[in-house]
Design a protein around this ligand. Sequence first.
Ligand code: ADP
Length: 645
Amino acid sequence: MGQVRTRAAPPRAAPAGPQVGWTDDPAYERFGLDAYFATTVHAGGEEYGTLCFGSESPRDRSYSDGERTFLDLMGQWLSYELEQQRRVRYLQESYEITSDPARTFEEKLQALFDLGSEQFGLDVGGMAKVFPDDDRLEVEYTSEECGPFRPGLEPPLSGTYCGAAYGADGPVTITDPVAEGYDGYAYEELGFEAYLGTHIEVDNGHDRLFFFTTTEPRTRPFTDAERTFLDLMGQWVNYELERRKHRRSQEKLYEITADSDLSFDEKTERLLDLGRERFDLEMGFLLEKRGDEFRVVKTQGTALEEGTARVSANPGNYCKRTITMETPLGVEDVTAVGWDDDPLYREYDLGCYLGTKVTDGDGVYGSVCFSDTDGRDREFTDADYAFLDLIGQWVSYELERDERERRLERSNDRLEESNKRLEQFAYAASHDLQEPLRMVSSYLQLLEHRYEDALDAEGEEFLAFAVDGADRMREMIDALLAYSRVETQGDPLEPVALEDVFESVREDLRMRIEGSDATITADSLPRVQGDASQLRQVFQNLLSNAITYSGDEPPRVHVDAERRDREWVITVEDDGIGIPADEQNRIFDIFDRLHSREEYDGTGIGLALCERIVERHGGEIWVESEPGEGSAFSFSLQPTAAGSS
Ligand code: ADP
């Protein structure tokens, strides 16, 4: 803060009242002062009052120089203290205004205008945007309208008070416009007689002028304290403007990255543009490191061709350095740091650089960076680095996601490929193997008919085994074919009434049901989204198993349906032989069986088929079982689109 200047008038002294003719002075009359010794005290550039000493008895000697100096000093000290108090009060008030979270920027600005007007003794506060190329201003805010002076007014820049402040380093004061050579627009047209204003430099935006002015002629000059105070206000406005700008670009960044309608390419393009605007740099790049080169994946503000343009990374360019660093790298002037030997510098004439590393999950991908052919006259700020870091992080995240999706796609492709191969194999198995198999079967039958008499009991038994083996093989091949075709040859999923499916399966199993004296009951079953013929196979297998693995008692099977959250869970429960806990996962594997064929007939593919079908329907299948008590097979299915049952 500047030094406080108090204009100390020489102390006035009167040795005796009547002698100097002060007898009509109210102080003399009221207090009967016969001696008086006083000095003026100032505060805020104005007279504040007097510091005085008096006596009822006249003084017989005049005041010495020493006494005069002492009084003078006392007066100066008082002025200084008063000034100090005033300053503290104003500072406190301005702090309260600017730190108030409940006020908007505009409200704070208005409150500062009021506070400043009061302190500086100027009636109007204002802020204007500078358009130096057009040599004009645009009034943005005013504390009050003053004739044509109001927001939207576009006064000229040169020759005005604001023009003077724009060209100056610190605050500018004008107290006598005509004498100081400012009898132009502000004085002539607007009638402003005095001015206190300061220039606010705004990075990558319009500079501003922040000022106070008045239509009343100014009787006293501005103090250093007033200049300092204005300077502080200007700094706060500057900080707020920057902050608002940062917040806006941050919001824009989120807006772009969260827009699900934009592709990665479009988003990158917009982010590069946003960065160029935010950092005030001409060019933006997304570069991918390929060996000793960087490939230009995306670029804005350059004439380079994306995808094909390459930047050599030898002998060591900016990006090569960037990708070894954890934090963004900024160079305001590449000649100053000796980077002008860089091929990139020579090739593209780059004067400054701001870049950060980009990763893609597996490691370093490349860099996202911004540059300009000009050097930069101000340093990159912490906020610049933080913003670039955000851009880099987003690009890395997207690339990682992209990579993950590509991997998923690749493994999906592989899965599809292997499904297809399985189906091809099963097709070949059913058609190509069935032919020789049929041959085996028919020759076995021939053997049976023609040489029946020639075979002894053992021979007949061997033959029976062979026939059985061939039958079994056919069954397995058919089942495998059905299994392989679940994904590729299923019907589209549509509303299916499970009630109907269940009834038709029960009808198909009628012989077995009657033969085993089984009781099969069901609750009412819902409509679900499914492939009717596949769901039929599920019921077929589960009910058939429930009958097969029933033990000695006649099977009792119950089917029910329960709504759980967003799905239906269908359960087929029996009171059969059950399944040991440690075998319960195995049974869903293809060809896996818990029993020999002598005990129970089967191919071991039924449950594997059920699982594959249920999975195609987006559901799950599981078993709960207690050996000797029974088993409950449950599977989940999606309700119909309308959600009705
Ligand atoms: P399969 O019945 O042809 O052997 P599955 O895949 O249908 O083939 O069944 C696999 C195994 O699971 C069966 O061999 C049997 O051991 C067991 N299993 C299936 N259903 C039941 C059930 N309801 N009760 C007891 N065990 C069962």
